[in-house]
Design a protein. Structure first.
Length: 207
């Protein structure tokens, strides 16, 4: 059974898509056990609370040191026996210690076809603006493993969408987001079912 912690900073549309898939029984081998946000007013926290899921506002500014922040995060993840972290619009780079502890057990979705248009600063409308400026004929969404570098970990699955000549960043974003909402739950389902094998975890306590 996958015990999933979802991290997000915004409205939580990808989280909502995953949650709906879990609640409808489309991912029977997984459950969402907690939701964490660095933003106290994030919509993702409201969605979690409305579904009676543990929702935490955890930010480094609450802690005197990064070490204390890592300990705080780890205590929550341990409490819920988390063995997969799902980033859904989380706008912070995770602490290196947490990434090391959950090596190969943290996934993220990116609104482009990595390795193109990834890295620091490549999020939201910035990604779609760059795709259009480059004259790309297609874009899409990528689910990948998370490591210490933005958008750098191994690619798990991608879905492609066409880029139309008349596209704006907004119209392209809407097209990509629609496939994100299908791709992310499907990748999690495949992980939970053992259809998509992840590398063996290095240090993970709960398996």
């Amino acid at each position: 059974m996958l015990n999933i912690a979802v991290f997000g900073s915004g409205r939580g549309s990808n989280f909502q898509a995953i949650l709906a898939a879990v609640e409808k029984g489309k991912i029977p081998e997984a459950r969402i056990v907690c939701v964490i946000s660095n933003n106290s007013s994030a919509g993702i926290l409201e969605i979690a609370r409305s579904h009676s899921l543990p929702a935490y506002h955890l930010s480094q500014i609450q802690c005197a040191t990064e070490e204390a922040f890592v300990e705080l995060l780890q205590s929550v993840l341990d409490k819920h026996e988390v063995n997969l972290i799902v980033l859904a619009g989380y706008m912070k780079l995770l602490p290196r210690e947490l990434i090391a502890h959950y090596r190969h057990r943290i996934v993220n979705i990116h609104p482009a076809l990595l390795p193109k248009f990834g890295g620091k600063g490549m999020y939201g409308h910035h990604v779609h603006e760059a795709v259009l400026a480059a004259g790309e004929k297609e874009s899409g969404a990528t689910v990948h493993l998370v490591d210490e570098v933005y958008d750098h970990g191994g690619i798990l699955q991608q879905t492609r969408v066409p880029v139309h000549q008349e596209d704006t960043p907004e119209t392209l974003a809407a097209r990509v987001l629609a496939v994100e909402h299908e791709l992310y739950p499907e990748v999690i389902r495949r992980i939970a079912a053992g259809e998509l094998a992840l590398p063996a975890p290095a240090v993970l306590a709960h398996t």
